[in-house]
Design a protein around this ligand. Structure first.
Ligand code: C2E
Ligand code: MG
Ligand code: MG
Length: 579
């Protein structure tokens, strides 16, 4: 099994090497054509040299035998082309053909005293010299090319295959759909080794590591088929094949780890080196090279980050999620520090399409300027305990804009802002609202705070007293995403809200079944009984709109009449109605 796989590996590398060879071989058809042409030319020489015929061109009379030289040169050119284009085979073919002619020519001189073949004999001798010179020259070029090709796939420092060879091998394995595990290896604290030992010492460490690993890969002591490469600085990639289980992959990596961690002596200094190994499998974890290596690097970085005694880690979907979370968390932190969180305004309408107001929705962009979904960054901000900061920024920025807008247009509309539980529970929440009302100039009754039902679960008493204070100031309160959480009638009864926002999930289902429609109708009725206005979120279709009208909904907010808009566009919407 090893042997056949070894051959496979060699074939792949040979192909790699061939593919970077600059010189292309001439096609075999040309080889055959040259042989046929040579035979035809030689035969013609024989015919024309025997004949007494002449050809007449205008007044000139040319004896046919004088053309023998032309065909003889053509035959020699064919031979020279064979030597030029077909390497060793061409050389031997050309030599065989030409040497085969010698006994014939010499026998003609000796037996038939035909000295007219002497020029042909000398011409053949010169052709032999030309063929030998071409052959020796070809050999030199081939040796030089072979050296260049080897260098292109070899890491000069360690003698291991390099990044290019690794990449070609992986491409080929993927093309053949051969399962393999890729392991990205990074030497831990290599900078420290370089700093203490100097650049030369660092290089010797790398060479020693490479030689230990090469030994395992070459002798097959790991039990799997391994290909170890140095891809850059202190980074190596191991490609493992012929395993059956994940344990076998780990056991192979463990062998490389063990020999690495054995004492390493350079310039009488003893070193104990460790490395971080991150691996992923083709095709299980990724079907594409770039994704595969990004996963192995993620896994390897996770080993470094966790910094435990376990230095081997497999890529997993959870790891990806965790890494993304880290990334999002960093983005949120930076956006708060730089005050780059901004807002969109989504219009809310009554059933006859008159503007009720806008909901301010937080927006954030990543480093490349791409929008990050609130469904991603709001939970991250909540987890980090920074959601009140996000709320605060959206609150302040949207209120200042909205204050200007209603002063300019005199529009009697409402600004709704989302308040997280954490924000609401802050001792200075009420002061913050007062401060913002003052600085933006928004009349209290034109501001609305959206709170989700979860506040009632987390701290009903404190939430209730806070909501009461908000109401006392004249600010409105909405219960957001109603139906997705606790939804207890008993708390609803004591919740001093103005508006009930039915969650999109109910609106989505409404037209699929009669019972869902009845359910939404029941929520609207209960809301009305409790003294709330009711708004439906996420209305997208006319059918939903018609049903909501039929069952007595008061307001709607949804893509059907308006998506979340940037400030300028929200201003246009207001101007259209109130301008
Ligand atoms: P939400 O408060 O329920 O806001 C309504 C969400 O529904 C918005 O999503 C809005 O774009 C989306 N939406 C409205 N109409 C439609 C529709 O017809 N079809 C569809 N598919 N979606 C519709 P967005 O902006 O992605 O916000 C998601 C959630 O993030 C919000 O849900 C809210 O819970 C939270 N959020 C947004 N901004 C803030 C904020 O400043 N502070 C806090 N604490 N949470 C916020
Ligand atoms: Mg909301
Ligand atoms: Mg909502």
């Amino acid at each position: 099994m090893r042997d056949s796989s070894d051959t496979g590996q060699k074939q792949i590398l040979a192909k790699t090497i061939d593919s970077i060879a600059s010189r292309r071989k001439a096609p075999w058809s040309m080889y055959v054509v040259l042989l046929l042409l040579y035979t035809a030319a030689t035969f013609t020489v024989h015919i024309v040299s025997q004949t007494q015929s002449v050809i007449r061109i205008a007044d000139a009379v040319i004896p046919l035998p004088t053309f023998a030289g032309v065909f003889s040169s053509l035959a020699n050119i064919c031979i020279i082309f064979l030597a030029v284009y077909y390497g060793t085979l061409g050389f031997y073919t050309a030599m065989a053909i030409i040497l085969f002619q010698f006994p014939l020519l010499i026998s003609r001189i000796i037996l038939h005293h035909n000295v007219s073949v002497l020029p042909g004999l000398f011409s053949n001798l010169l052709t032999i010299v030309a063929i030998v010179v071409i052959y020796l020259n070809n050999m030199d070029v081939q040796k030089y090319q072979a050296r260049l090709r080897d260098q292109a796939v070899t890491d000069i420092l360690t003698g291991l295959p390099n990044r290019f060879a690794c990449s070609e091998l992986v491409n080929e394995l993927i093309r053949r759909n051969t399962p393999f595990a890729a392991v990205t290896i990074d030497i831990n604290d290599f900078k420290m080794i370089n700093d203490t030992m100097g650049f030369d010492g660092g290089n010797r460490v790398l060479k020693e590591i490479a030689s230990r690993w090469k030994n395992i890969a070459d002798t097959g002591t790991s039990g799997t088929l391994d290909f170890i490469t140095r891809t850059s600085g202190d980074e190596f990639v191991l490609v493992i094949r012929n395993y059956h289980t994940d344990e076998e992959i780990v056991s192979t990596i463990r062998k490389y780890e063990t020999v690495l961690e054995e004492k390493l002596t350079i310039d009488d200094c003893d070193f104990y080196v460790t490395a971080s190994f991150g691996y992923a499998e083709f095709p299980v974890d990724a079907q594409e090279k770039n994704a595969l290596f990004s996963y192995t690097t993620d896994a390897m970085n996770e080993v470094k980050r966790v910094n435990s005694s376990e230095h081997i880690r497999r890529f997993s979907a959870e790891l990806l999620k965790k890494l993304n979370t880290h990334e999002v968390e960093n983005m949120v932190r930076t956006a708060i520090e730089n005050d780059t969180i901004f807002f969109n305004l989504q219009p809310q309408y009554d059933m006859s399409h008159r503007l009720r107001g806008f909901e301010a929705l937080a927006r954030m962009k990543d480093a490349d300027g791409k929008m990050v979904s609130p469904g991603v960054f709001i939970p991250a901000a909540e987890k980090m305990g920074l959601i009140d900061k996000v709320d605060g920024i959206v609150f302040r920025k949207s209120a200042l804009f909205f204050g200007d807008l209603i002063r300019k247009t005199g529009a009697d509309i409402t600004l709704s802002i989302n308040a997280s539980v954490r924000h609401l529970m802050k001792n200075n929440f009420i002061d913050e609202i007062k401060e913002i009302l003052k600085s933006s100039g928004i009349p209290a009754e034109q501001l609305e705070i959206e709170i989700t039902e979860s506040v009632m679960i987390e701290s009903a008493e404190k939430a209730l007293s806070c909501i009461n204070e908000i109401r006392e100031m004249g600010v409105k309160v909405a219960i957001d995403d109603f139906g997705t959480g606790y939804s207890s009638l008993s708390y609803l009864n004591s919740f001093p809200a103005n508006l009930l926002k039915i969650d999109k999930s109910f609106i989505d289902k409404m037209n699929n079944s009669d019972s869902s429609k009845q359910y939404v109708a029941a929520i609207i009725s209960i809301g009305h009984i409790m003294g709330f206005d009711v708004i439906s979120e996420g209305v997208e279709e006319t059918e939903q709109l018609d049903t909501l009208r039929d069952i007595g909904c008061d307001y709607i907010q949804g893509f059907i009449w308006g998506r979340p808009l940037p400030q300028e566009e929200a201003e246009k919407v207001v101007m259209e109605q109130f301008g």
